[in-house]
Structures are given as C-alpha cells and as structure tokens.
Design a protein around this ligand. Structure first.
Ligand code: PMP
Length: 316
C-alpha cells in the first residue's frame, strides 16, 4: 500500500501522474521508445511541451502579455535569474525564511538589496507586515509559502513596484491574480512533477530594462523565444507535469484544490490545537500555511517525539 508522505517536498503526486509517467518510461505515446529515449524535437514530445504550457496558462487563468517557461536549475537558479534579468540598482526583498534568505544572497551579486521586513528575529514564525517598499526598487520579491517554517502569504499583494514571487510550494494550490505579478517562479517538485524542472511565469514587458549583458541560458527571453526548447528540456519531469495539470483540470482546477487544501489544513490545525501533545509553530493564525502544517511536540511531551514518529511510521 502507498504510504503517506507529509514532507513538504518532494511530495506526493497524483496516482494519475505516477501511473502515466511509469507507462511513458516504457513506451511513450505509442512510439515504442521510452520518453527518455526520444528526441525532444519529435512531434510527440513537442506536443507534450505545447500542451503543458497551454494547460499551465489555462489553469492559472494567465492573462495575455505573460509567458510560461519550463527550465532546469530548480527554484535556486531563479534566485539568480530574477536579479540577472531585472535588477538595475536596487531590489526589495521580504525575508520570511531559508529560501527567501537564499534569494536575497543571490540578488546581492547584482545590486543593492533592501530587506524591507524580516521575521528572522522569531525564527520566521510570522509574516512581517507594515513595511515600506522603496519606490525606486526595480522589483519586490516575496516567497509566498515558506516551506520550512509553515507560513504563507495567501493574498496577491498590491505593491508599487513589480512583484516577483517564489511559489515553489504553493503553486496551483489556489487561484491567483497573475496580473499582479511581474514574475512567478518555482521548482516543480512539490505540487506538480518530480524534481528537475522549474517554471517561470514572466510578464514580457518587464524584461529588457537592464543594460547588463545576460548569458544566453540565464536570459528569460531565450527561453520565451524558443518555447522552452532552446536546449534539451527536462523531458521526463515536463511529461509528469503535464499529467498533473490534466489531473488538476479534471479535479476542478485551482478553485477545487483550494477548497480541498483548506479542508485538509483545518483538519490538521484543529487536531494540533485540540491535542495537548502538539503545538503549531506559526504564531498568528492568518499567517499559517495551508500547504505545510508545521508543528512540534509541546515542551512537556518532548520525550515522546521518537515514540510518536515510530507510531506514525508503523501506520504507514
Ligand atoms: N523556494 C522554496 C519556497 C522552496 O521550498 C524550495 C525547495 N524546498 C526552493 C525554493 C528551492 O528549490 P530547488 O530545490 O528547486 O532549487
């Protein structure tokens, strides 16, 4: 029997995705070859990339003027691609956790980084509020779901500069108003596909505003102009991503996912509240992630941690 995996990522994928990927590993689209053995320029794979891009746009209701690209290098590569392509002088970042800090570190290679707010003082257990974004910042970067600390920004912020969001661990978990963002990016290995592919939703008119020469592979324009086929894309993860997108549509899309996620999160949070063994780590309810529900054993039951873990393992 399949086991549960409560880890934030890489995480559980739909059976539909696993089964169809397993079949395509053996015989892809009736070609008599594995998806790992065909050319990415064969019409069968071109159709996969095309359909994945189209469904991605459809499911998130992405307006015109935006392009979706699939890239290698994970979300971590986006930490440097974003400033490489957008940062002229100054960028604003919200420091909400490990991944936000890593994004900040990379941006500093390209210009001034203003940390407009940080929750580091309290082990990232809340989302900073009431900060001011300098009007001359080239963009403002947020991490919508802080995978490790279990906080989430669940509204599409209205800000005075282009908004860039790392949505690695909450993409497709709720409807989003893409028009409020300049770039949304993430690794796919949480909600979409196995690791190996990242996605970026890019508003085309925010590109081309820096004088800095950008190496070909790190330039969003290269991948937009070549429909994610400038070089050999990660074909297997893209194939799997397509399966998840088909499944998502069949389930009712992101609105249905949001309902399902809220129901699951409420179930966990209310048990954590009720059960004296446990304590949620995020201070304010409104900051709590619907994606990864972080909790610890209460101080007086700390010594039961191993026993609890073993009990959970014994139940799969
Ligand atoms: N951002 C967030 C929010 C993440 O959760 C992760 C991975 N856990 C990353 C970035 C890094 O992703 P990758 O491993 O794809 O570089």
């Amino acid at each position: 029997m399949k086991k549960h995996n409560f880890s934030a990522g890489p995480s559980i994928l739909p059976d539909f995705t696993i089964k169809n990927t397993a079949e395509a590993v053996v015989n892809f689209a009736g070609t008599g070859l594995s998806v790992m053995e065909v050319s990415h320029r064969d019409k069968e794979f071109m159709a996969v990339m095309d359909q994945a891009t189209t469904l991605f746009k459809e499911l998130l209701d992405i307006p015109s003027g935006y392009q979706v690209v699939f890239l290698g290098g994970g979300a971590s590569m986006q930490f440097c691609m974003v400033p490489y392509n957008l940062l002229n002088k100054k960028a604003a970042y919200l420091n909400t956790g490990t991944w936000a800090s890593k994004a900040i570190k990379e941006a500093k290679f390209f210009g001034d980084v203003v940390e407009v707010g940080s929750s580091k003082d309290e082990n990232y257990s809340y989302i900073p509020k009431g900060y001011t974004i300098p009007a001359d910042a080239d963009y403002f970067h947020i991490t919508t779901n802080n995978t490790i600390f279990g906080t989430e920004i669940r509204e599409d912020l209205d800000v005075n500069v282009p908004l860039v969001a790392d949505m690695s661990s909450d993409i497709f978990s709720r409807p989003i108003d893409v028009s409020k963002y300049g770039i949304i990016y993430g690794g796919a290995q949480k909600n979409l596909a196995p690791s190996g592919v990242a996605f970026a939703i890019v508003k085309e008119d925010i590109l081309g505003k820096t004088d800095r020469p950008i190496p070909t592979m790190l330039n969003y324009k290269t991948h937009i102009d070549n429909d994610s086929m400038f070089n050999t894309p990660p074909v297997l993860p893209v194939f799997s991503a397509l399966q998840t997108l088909i499944w998502l549509k069949d389930q009712g899309g992101v609105a249905a996912m949001e309902k399902r996620n809220i129901r699951k999160a409420n179930m966990l949070y209310s048990e954590i509240e009720r059960n004296k063994l446990f304590k949620a780590t995020v201070k304010h309810e409104e900051d709590r992630s619907v994606m990864n529900i972080c909790f610890v054993m209460n101080e007086e039951y700390k010594e039961l941690e191993t026993a609890f873990r073993e009990y959970a393992i014994s139940l799969g």
